[in-house]
Structure formats: structure tokens, C-alpha cells
Design a protein around this ligand. Structure first.
Ligand code: ADP
Ligand code: MG
Ligand code: ZN
Length: 464
């Protein structure tokens, strides 16, 4: 019997609010240490938390976008533990009465979504450690999945989709490098079909690469232990990016007893139906739904559609290009291949990109009308990316226009036939390879500007 991995993920996402969850301090990333703090988020005795309405709104939006049931009454609880970056001695979170439960992303079920505050950050310099409390009190949602994931690839796909949804809904900026989105992976293995094995929890994975590598390492580690007759101990582990390994952080015996209890400084969180309905109306079309629409309405492949919805600005750009070009297939090809390539090469995002959907649409129309050929179009596109000029202007400046008037091409073809009577004779007598020579003469006659397809067809027709 083979081994099967079982994985459940806890994703922490910073809510995109301007201010913290229980005070009015700013949440902006990168400020000088300890400049965005006040008595509430510094944990001074007697300071009282006041819940940020916007944070609740964003958490509800996340819950709606993942198909969760939102509970009209939830409870903030104190999660007690000591750590230098947690000045109050407890984190305000939700425990047995979370904001939302029971959603899904694809075939991964979501157990719960609750709100909580982030802790500060410890910064270690050799022998000395510093604490920056700017992050303390930043609003978070924790999104906990059921153990429905079976591999590192599935975990990656789940977090990718979750991150897309959070970014589309503007709940979270999705910036993993800045810690706006972090992931804990719970991993166990079992013989296929057996009941759940003992899990290890790997903390704080802040990139997709680390997530995959930590899970793969952990699966292999557990299988090796079990195959040599050992047992897995339930524990919390840390991933070391340098070695690609996970190692024990604390065992079950050392696990914290958080002594949760309802925070006496905060009333239960009550959200009424009307407000939830209002927030529901602000949830935009989600990436998956958008991709399905592209396949249905534009006849795109699943792969193309998926690539075009990876971010909301990209999908918006694509749709605007469909509009301006009147050619969905063409728009999909140009955006997927050329636009993404240039953005990648020049490390640009769409906001600063000179080739607007309107300009790209006009370029596609120039191709579709036969005014320029495929090779010229690439040249126009690269020029547009660099100069920001209009496509028509570039065609003019570079003399890239092509002749697609059949009458003009026919006229030129007649002249070529007249002037090359010998070759024409030989071609008609069966020397088929001379056709290429004659096409070459026709292209020369039109200074390379004849629409190649038309040139071929007309010449073939005139040669009989
Ligand atoms: P805790 O609060 O101690 O982290 P939870 O019950 O909230 O524990 O579970 C946390 C995560 O662990 C969830 O994502 C859940 O799906 C996952 N999980 C639970 N049991 C297992 C298991 N045996 N193997 C893998 N993941 C598991
Ligand atoms: Mg946990
Ligand atoms: Zn504060």
C-alpha cells in the first residue's frame, strides 16, 4: 500500500485597512520602527480597544467570496501567551465563535474564517534583538482549510486561488514578501484510505516556493520515520529556507495552553443581514467565474482564460482590448504572449504601461483589415511599448503598411508575368519550383509590401 499525504492550511491575510483593528494607528508597511504605535497597540494597562468597522467589512467580504456562512454574532477572545512582540500578553482573536464557517475553494473545504490582530516583529542582530511594534494590531483574517489537500502542488494551487480571490476583492494586497499573506501548513501521512495520521504544523511559510518545499520535505520525513517503524509526534516545526528542511520548534508537551476566554473589553461582534447584503453587492466577479465566462463567450481555452484572470488589472486590460479590437481571440493572444512578455522584461505593471487597451485594439484592427502583416505588427508593437506612439503613426513612420488591394496586386502580377515570359513558360510546362521565383519577383515589384497571402493567390490564378 502506498502513502498518502494529508494537508490542511491556515492562511493569515492582512486586511487592507488604513488603520489598525483596535486603534487609529496607521498600518502602512515600511515605516521607521515603533512610529505607528499608541497606548492601545502597545498594550498599556487601561487602554481600551475600539473595533475598526472597515476591518469587519473586509473580513465579511473574504467570507462571502469563499462561500462561507457568516454568523451574525461572533466573539473576540483573548489568546494568552508571553512573547516579546506581544506587549499585552495576549492576542485578541476569535475562538469558539468565529465570524464565518463552512466555505470552499474548488474542492478544498474551508473550516472557518476568523478575525484577529497581528503581533509585532522581533528583529535579531547577532546577540541583540529589537522589537518593532508597528505591525502589532494590524487586522488579519485567518482562513483555515479542512485537511482536504493531498500534495504540495494542490497546496500551491489552493493558496494561489485564495490569494487571487483576496486580491480581486481588495481584502488583502497579497504581498507575501512583506508578510501580508502567510501560511501555516499542517501535514500528516497515512496509508491510502486509513484514518488521519498525526500531524506536524509548519509555521510561517511566506512564499509559494517555501510552501511547496516545506511540505515535500515534511511528507518525505514522516514516511521515512513510519517505514522504519517509528511514530510521528505532534509538534510545531519551522522551515529553514537555506537547507530546505523543517525542524522541531516545540513539541505537544511544550504546546501553549492559551487559556482562551471572551475579551471583557469588547462586546460580541454583531453584524446584521442588511449590512452583509450590502457588502455582498460590493464583491466583484471572481477570477474563476471570469475564466469560465471567457471560455463560454470568447471561446478561449481553459489555459488561456486562466492566464488572463490571474490578476484583476490584467483581466480588465484584456476585456478592454476585446472591446477596442472586436477580436477576442486576437486580444487573448496579444495580451498573453506579447503584453505579458514586455511587462515581465521591463518589470512594469499595467498601471504604468504605455500600450493602452485602446492602442492595442487598433493594432489588432490594422492586422485584421490587412493593412499590416504579422511581422510588421510585432515591430509596431515593440515600438508602441517603447515610444507610446499610436500604431497608425508607427506604420506610417516606418513604412510598414502593406498592399491588400487585390486590383493593385493583380496589376503588379501582370507586369511580372510580362517581364518574365521565359520563366512563366517553363512554369506552365511543369517546372513548379519556378512559382517561388515569380512570387519573389512580385514582392520585389511591390517593394515587399504586397499582402503575401494575396500575392500567392493572385499569381497562382493568373498563371492558370
Ligand atoms: P490548531 O488550532 O491546533 O492549529 P485546528 O484543529 O484548528 O488546530 O487545525 C488546524 C489545521 O490542521 C486545519 O487546517 C486542519 O485542516 C488541519 N489538520 C487537522 N488534522 C490534520 C491531520 N491529521 N493532518 C493534516 N492536517 C490536519
Ligand atoms: Mg494552528
Ligand atoms: Zn495603536
Amino acid at each position: 500500500m502506498t502513502w498518502e499525504a494529508v494537508i490542511g492550511l491556515e492562511v493569515h491575510a492582512h486586511l487592507s485597512t488604513d488603520t489598525k483593528i483596535f486603534c487609529a494607528c496607521a498600518t502602512a508597511f515600511g515605516a521607521p520602527p515603533n512610529t505607528q504605535v499608541c497606548p492601545v497597540c502597545l498594550g498599556y494597562p487601561g487602554a481600551l480597544p475600539v473595533l475598526n468597522r472597515r476591518a469587519v467589512e473586509l473580513a465579511i467580504r473574504a467570507a462571502l467570496a469563499t462561500g462561507c456562512t457568516i454568523h451574525e454574532r461572533s466573539v473576540f477572545a483573548r489568546k494568552n501567551y508571553f512573547y516579546p512582540d506581544l506587549p499585552k500578553g495576549y492576542q485578541i482573536s476569535q475562538f469558539d465563535r468565529p465570524l464565518a464557517t463552512g466555505g470552499s475553494i474548488g474542492n478544498v473545504r474551508i473550516l472557518r474564517i476568523h478575525m484577529e490582530e497581528d503581533a509585532g516583529k522581533s528583529i535579531h542582530h547577532g546577540e541583540v534583538s529589537h522589537v518593532d511594534l508597528n505591525r502589532a494590531g494590524t487586522p488579519l483574517v485567518e482562513i483555515v482549510s479542512e485537511p482536504d489537500i493531498r500534495s504540495a502542488e494542490e497546496a500551491d494551487a489552493y493558496v494561489t486561488r485564495l490569494r487571487q480571490i483576496l486580491m480581486y476583492t481588495e481584502v488583502c494586497d497579497g504581498n507575501m514578501e512583506e508578510g501580508s499573506l502567510r501560511c501555516d501548513a499542517n501535514v500528516s501521512v497515512r496509508r491510502t484510505g486509513a484514518s488521519l495520521g498525526t500531524r506536524a504544523e509548519i509555521k510561517n511559510l511566506n512564499s509559494f516556493r517555501y510552501l511547496r518545499s516545506a511540505i515535500d520535505f515534511e511528507i518525505a520525513r514522516q514516511i521515512a520515520i513510519l517505514e522504519s517503524g517509528g511514530t510521528i509526534t505532534q509538534e510545531t516545526r519551522l522551515y529553514d529556507p537555506a537547507s530546505g528542511e523543517t525542524r522541531t520548534m516545540r513539541s505537544k508537551e511544550e504546546a501553549h495552553d492559551y487559556r482562551y476566554f471572551p475579551d471583557p473589553d469588547l462586546l460580541p461582534l454583531v453584524v446584521d443581514r442588511a449590512w452583509i447584503d450590502e457588502i455582498a453587492r460590493s464583491v466583484p466577479e471572481l477570477p474563476q467565474v471570469r475564466a469560465e465566462r471567457y471560455q463560454r463567450d470568447f471561446a478561449l481555452s481553459g489555459k488561456d482564460a486562466e492566464a488572463l484572470v490571474t490578476s484583476r488589472p490584467l483581466a480588465d486590460y484584456f476585456e478592454a482590448t476585446v472591446e477596442s479590437s472586436g477580436n477576442a481571440r486576437g486580444a487573448a493572444n496579444w495580451v498573453r504572449n506579447e503584453v505579458l512578455r514586455v511587462l515581465n522584461e521591463q518589470k512594469l505593471d499595467l498601471a504604468g504601461y504605455r500600450v493602452t487597451p485602446g492602442k492595442l485594439g487598433r493594432l489588432i484592427r490594422l492586422i485584421d483589415s490587412g493593412a499590416i502583416g504579422g511581422k510588421a505588427a510585432k515591430e509596431v508593437f515593440d515600438d508602441m511599448s517603447a515610444s507610446g506612439h499610436d500604431p497608425e503613426q508607427i506604420v506610417e513612420r516606418k513604412g510598414l503598411g502593406q498592399i491588400s488591394d487585390p486590383a493593385v496586386i493583380r496589376e503588379a502580377a501582370r507586369r511580372v508575368i510580362e517581364r518574365n515570359a521565359v520563366q512563366v513558360e517553363q512554369y506552365r510546362a511543369g517546372k513548379a519550383q519556378l512559382f517561388g521565383f515569380l512570387v519573389g519577383q512580385l514582392m520585389k515589384e511591390t517593394r515587399g509590401k504586397a499582402n503575401a497571402e494575396m500575392a500567392n493567390a493572385i499569381l497562382r490564378e493568373l498563371l492558370g
